[in-house]
Design a protein around this ligand. Structure first.
Ligand code: PLP
Length: 444
């Protein structure tokens, strides 16, 4: 019997015992091709010697020092690296231990900013449906996945949810992509006005929707229109790039491709590539200045802020990405991967949509293509596909989105940036096999 509190309490997963490059091995000796980097985490794959060497060197120097006493050279170096490559105007990096902590910190930074500048009446967040921002209570409150929020709804901070940018399901007949983006921005503005514009703290959105959305890429112009709406009402724009950032979409920050600069941006996952738990909030200068001129203190913190070994891992990961030209590779091979997925799955009667950018792709599954009808939630199709893919030696990240009837089950693919074209083809082929096998069984 296991004493680990696994989330799925009736099922103990196989034990992973070793990993190298694109492959994870379990205790029975079975190898799995890692097509999702866990949950879009392992940007450099497994066992990268440069990252391991950087971590060893840091442990030998100093493994831990509390940030109320010290900064460390490695935290300073990582923050310099991140700001040098960040969207314009970002001036400081708040280093935490993961994505939920990053989002939680960003929400509190935004709130404290308004307290510092004399607008304490701002207490409300606006976010989007079908989004995921983490599992701590603040992050859960802005998250737009009804199933995740439901048991905790009575104890969450106030947040309103507007539509995500989801052209496959919600762009209207005859509406151009640009008109669709403007309509969504108008809906956001209406939601701000309904709350009272001076009561809203921030609009929170994943630049490219991830885990609970099956990779939702924004239509061109959507985020520019959103930025304008936020500016018009003095509302902050928080972009959550925990999953889609740090190169996953082919640029270090996904928002670079949208031509917008957020007030706060959160990153994690690919920041440390899974070698250490680490996340960060990058903040615009005016937010940091308001705090430094006001109370002089951010009223929030954690024991492992800027953990030196985590910083060393993240610094090494980011240096390897730059040194090896991996962003250009992700952009180029991402197009090829998209074409492979379309070729392997595009004509399948139960594949409704294939969408993505860089090394971040989603395949949405439907009971029928014409009506875009989701499979019945009770089927748990996503869980079935995950199991079948594992039986074929493939790790992908499926999720059931059917709880509110607005989306189908989907499979998320987020391979390590080191994946070769042969790896990408193998992923597409094995996934197509698993999808076909499971959907045939459902149809039978
Ligand atoms: N934000 C986004 C967009 C995510 O995808 C996730 C995790 O999947 C989180 C936040 C939470 O990150 P973590 O699981 O590291 O707490």
């Amino acid at each position: 019997m296991t004493h680990v509190f696994h989330r799925h309490l009736r099922h103990t997963p196989p034990a992973a015992v070793s990993a190298s490059g694109m492959t994870i091995r379990d205790a029975s000796g079975r190898d799995y091709l890692d097509a999702s980097g866990g949950a879009a985490v392992s940007s450099l794959g497994h066992g990268h010697p440069d990252v391991i060497a950087a971590m060893h060197a840091q442990i030998d120097r100093i493994a831990y020092a509390h940030t109320s006493f010290f900064t460390t050279e490695v935290a300073e170096e990582l923050a310099d690296e991140l700001i040098r490559t960040a969207p314009e105007g970002m001036s400081h990096v708040y280093l935490v231990s993961g994505g939920s902590e990053a989002v939680e910190s960003a929400l509190k930074m935004a709130r404290q900013y308004f307290v510092e500048i004399g607008q304490p009446q701002r207490t409300h967040f606006i976010a989007r449906r079908q989004s995921y921002h983490g599992n701590t209570l603040g992050a859960l409150a802005v998250g737009g996945n009804a199933w995740r929020r439901e048991p905790f709804a009575p104890i969450l901070v106030p947040a309103t949810h507007v539509a995500p940018c989801y052209p496959y399901r919600e762009q209207r007949e005859g509406e151009s992509a640009q008109q669709y983006g403007w309509r969504l921005a108008a809906e956001l503005e209406a939601a701000i006005l309904a709350q009272g514009a001076d009561r809203v703290i921030a609009f929170v959105a994943e630049t490219v929707g991830g885990a609970t959305a099956g990779v939702l890429t924004p239509v061109p112009g959507y985020f520019k229109a959103v930025r304008e709406v936020c500016d018009r009402h003095g509302v902050l724009l928080i972009l959550d790039e925990v999953m889609c950032g740090m190169g996953r979409c082919g640029t270090l920050y996904a928002c670079e491709q949208e031509g917008v600069v957020p007030d706060l941006v959160t990153v994690a996952k690919g920041l440390g590539g899974g070698y250490q738990p680490i996340g960060a909030v990058l903040a615009q200068r005016r937010i940091v200045e308001a705090m430094s001129k006001g109370s002089g203190f951010f009223q929030h913190g954690h024991t492992y802020l800027g953990h030196p070994v985590a910083c060393a891992a993240a610094l090494a990961v980011q240096q390897v990405i730059r040194r090896d030209g991996l962003l250009a590779k992700v952009r180029e091979d991402g197009e090829v991967f998209g074409a492979m997925l379309r070729s392997a799955l595009g004509d399948h009667p139960h594949v409704g949509d294939i969408r993505g950018r860089g090394f971040f792709w989603g395949v949405e599954l439907v009971a029928d293509r014409a009506g875009k009808t989701p499979f019945a939630p009770g089927l748990q199709l996503h869980a079935w596909i995950k199991k079948e893919a594992m039986a074929r030696g493939l790790l992908c990240y499926p999720f059931g989105g059917t709880v509110d009837g607005r989306q189908g089950d989907h499979v998320l693919l987020a391979p390590p940036f080191i994946a070769t074209r042969d790896d990408l083809q193998e992923i597409a082929s094995r996934l197509a096999g698993a999808v076909d096998f499971v959907t045939r069984a459902v149809d039978a």
